[in-house]
Ligand binder design. Sequence first.
Ligand code: OMP
Length: 271
Amino acid sequence: MTTKQLIDQIRKKQSFLCIGLDVDINKIPKHLLEEDDPIFAFNKAIIDATHHLCVAYKPNTAFYEAYGIKGWQALEKTINYLNENHPEIYTIADAKRGDIGNTSSMYAKAFFEDLGFDSVTVAPYMGKDSVEPFLAFQDKHTILLALTSNQGAFDFQTLSVNGQELYKEVLSISKSWKNSENLMYVVGATKAEFLADIRKIIPNSFLLVPGVGAQGGNLQDVCKYGMNDSVGLLINSSRGIIYASQNLDFAEAAAKKAEDLQSQMAVILSQ
Ligand SMILES: O=C(O)c1cc(=O)[nH]c(=O)n1[C@@H]1O[C@H](COP(=O)(O)O)[C@@H](O)[C@H]1O
C-alpha cells in the first residue's frame, strides 16, 4: 500500500487506529480453545468486529513464533484473511528484524513477498546496509525503531552521540539512505513530549506510536506533539483492545474499546 492510500483511508474512516494482534493463548476466551486454530479464530472475530474502526492491524510475530509451526500458520491465515477480505487495511508485521544485508534481504522477502505484509518493523543498529534491503521493496514500508515506549529506551537511545541523542542520529542519518521515502518510525506513546523535537527532524514521515492503553500513553498528547498535515500517525493499542473481555462477548467488547479511541480520533481530526 502507498502512503497516499493509507492517508486516504485515515480520512475516510476518521481513524488512525492500529489494533495490535498480540494473541496470548492464556488470555483468550476459553471456548475458543476447542477450535482447530484458536489463535486464528480469535483474530478473525476481532477483525470482523473492528475492521471499520481502524486503518491497520499489527500482529507482533513473537506471539505467533511462541507457538511454533501452528503459530506461524495462524499468522499466515490472519494476513491472508486481511488481504483477501480487507485489502484497504494496512498491515504491519511487528518483527523487529535487521541483520547483515544478505540476511535482511531474506527477512524482507519473508514479510513482504511470502506473507504479503505492507510493512515490517526493523531495528536500526546494524546500520544502513542492514535496512536498505527492506527499503528496496516498492509500496512497502520499513518501520524503524527510533524512540521506543519502554523504560530501557533511556539505556542507549537517548545517549549523546555527535552532540545529539542517539535516536535523533538514527532519524537524521536514515533520511539519507536509498529509498528512504519508504521509511516510517516507531516512537512510543509514553514519550509524547519528545515528539515536538522529532517532528523537527522528520516533519513528513509517518510514525507508528505504540503504548496507548496498557502502557499508559496518552492519545491527546501524542496528537498535540506528533500530528502533521497528513496526520502522520498510526496509534497502536494491543492488550487495551483485544482483551477487553474474556467472555463470549470478547469481540464486541474489543469493538467498544476501539470505537472509544476512534471517536476521540475523529474529534481530533475535525479540529
Ligand atoms: O514496535 C512496536 O510496535 C513497539 C515498539 C515500542 O516501542 N513499544 C511497543 O510496545 N511496541 C509493540 O507494541 C505493542 C504494544 O502492546 P500493548 O502494550 O499491549 O498495547 C506490542 O506488540 C509491543 O511489542
